[in-house]
Design a protein around this ligand. Structure first.
Ligand SMILES: NC(=O)C1=CN([C@@H]2O[C@H](COP(=O)(O)OP(=O)(O)OC[C@H]3O[C@@H](n4cnc5c(N)ncnc54)[C@H](OP(=O)(O)O)[C@@H]3O)[C@@H](O)[C@H]2O)C=CC1
Ligand SMILES: Nc1nc(=O)c2c([nH]1)NC[C@@H]1CN(c3ccc(C(=O)N[C@@H](CCC(=O)O)C(=O)O)cc3)C=[N+]21
Length: 300
């Protein structure tokens, strides 16, 4: 079997088209222009690229984009003060502080400072709880993107065996909640899981979010499974020239594609969906802040 390639880049583009329509309607019918503020601390080149992409795509769908760059040595109190300023700014409906923040800053303090009503990453305890009990609000961007791709591929997910590898607050745990809501039988594997290959062999749906290049091997994949590769790992690519690198996922793509029914590539899979879902969440928060019903196609 040669797997179908799940084109996350194309899906994300379509989603941004729908988002642009919702932005237009919010402007014309309600006089609201959704606004997203992105805060970046320090000059990590990878983070800079993501933040620049986010700002560009935010503007492209017609939203206001606010970018705040702080030096790597900024005192924690100054970052917290900026977050509070953004909490109070009526033009801002979404706040994202790019992670990781430098070691002298307590990331949990930053997250707790964000007004849950504007928490488009779905990092705050209030929003994590809402996802768990099924109340409306923002949903973690990467898991939401994965869910949209899975629903598009499979239709109903009910009764599927889903194995998530990784239990981070950012990806694995919220992914578990969303798949459970969609009636999957969910297993979460992690670094202490025994016989990982055998666990993965049971899966109709595999979500790999580990951060280890090509760790999931082709012969772990049950024939006909759908594989979502969240991993983004930069590895040396001497074939491209001295010192060059390329991106690979957590799954051995070529090996898995021989067994899977469908698989997301890296790049061009989950990554672009994460950014599109950030914009989707900004529509959701802008709607809820203004007592409007959030569009159902943009949430879980
Ligand atoms: N495409 C996108 O938009 C995004 C991609 N990413 C990428 O996804 C990957 C995961 O990110 P994130 O969740 O933040 O990572 P974390 O490092 O926070 O979590 C990694 C998880 O993998 C588990 N793990 C580590 N080694 C193994 C192993 N040998 N076997 C089984 N499980 C293992 C860890 O287990 P334990 O808990 O026991 O330590 C942990 O739960 C990274 O490559 C990251 O770059 C992240 C966010 C967005
Ligand atoms: N507060 C916060 N929220 C985040 O959502 C967040 C964060 N911090 N810190 C870093 C991680 C990582 N992340 C990605 C977003 C887009 C791509 C993406 O677009 N990837 C492209 C490739 C881009 C490239 O070429 O480097 C792709 O997979 O096709 C990847 C990863 C969001 N994160």
């Amino acid at each position: 079997m040669t797997a179908k390639i799940i084109d996350g880049k194309a899906f994300a583009e379509k989603l941004r088209g729908s988002i642009a329509g919702h932005v237009e309607r919010m402007k014309t019918e309600h006089g609201i222009t959704p606004g997203l503020a992105v805060v970046i601390v320090g000059e990590d080149p990878a983070s800079q690229v993501y933040v620049t992409n986010k700002a560009r795509q935010t503007a492209e769908v017609g939203m206001n984009s606010f970018k705040h760059e702080l030096p790597a040595n900024v005192p924690e109190a100054e970052l917290l003060a900026l977050v509070r300023e953004l909490n109070a700014d009526p033009a801002v409906h979404g706040i994202l502080v790019q992670m990781p923040v430098p070691a002298h800053i307590d990331a949990n303090k930053v997250i707790e400072a964000i007004d849950p009503a504007k928490d488009v990453d779905c990092f705050t305890p209030a929003n994590v709880g809402k996802v768990q009990i099924g109340l409306p609000g923002p949903v973690s961007c990467t898991p939401l993107g994965c869910l949209m791709l899975l629903r598009d591929e499979l239709g109903s997910l009910a009764g599927k065996n889903a194995v998530i590898i990784g239990r981070s607050n950012l990806v694995g745990k919220p992914m578990m909640q969303l798949l459970l809501r969609d009636n999957c039988t969910v297993t979460i594997a992690h670094s202490r899981t025994q016989n990982l290959a055998d666990v993965v062999r049971q899966a109709d749906i595999v979500v790999a979010a580990v951060g280890r290049p090509q760790m999931v091997k082709g012969d772990w994949i049950k024939p006909g499974a759908v594989v979502i590769d969240v991993g983004i790992n930069r590895v040396p690519a001497p074939e491209k020239g001295d010192g060059k690198t390329r991106l690979v996922g957590d799954v051995d793509y070529a090996g898995a594609a021989e067994h899977a029914a469908a698989i997301t590539p890296v790049p061009g899979g989950v990554g672009p969906m994460t950014i599109a879902c950030l914009l989707a969440n900004t529509i959701t928060t802008a709607s809820l802040i203004n007592d409007l019903l959030p569009p159902s196609d943009l949430t879980a």
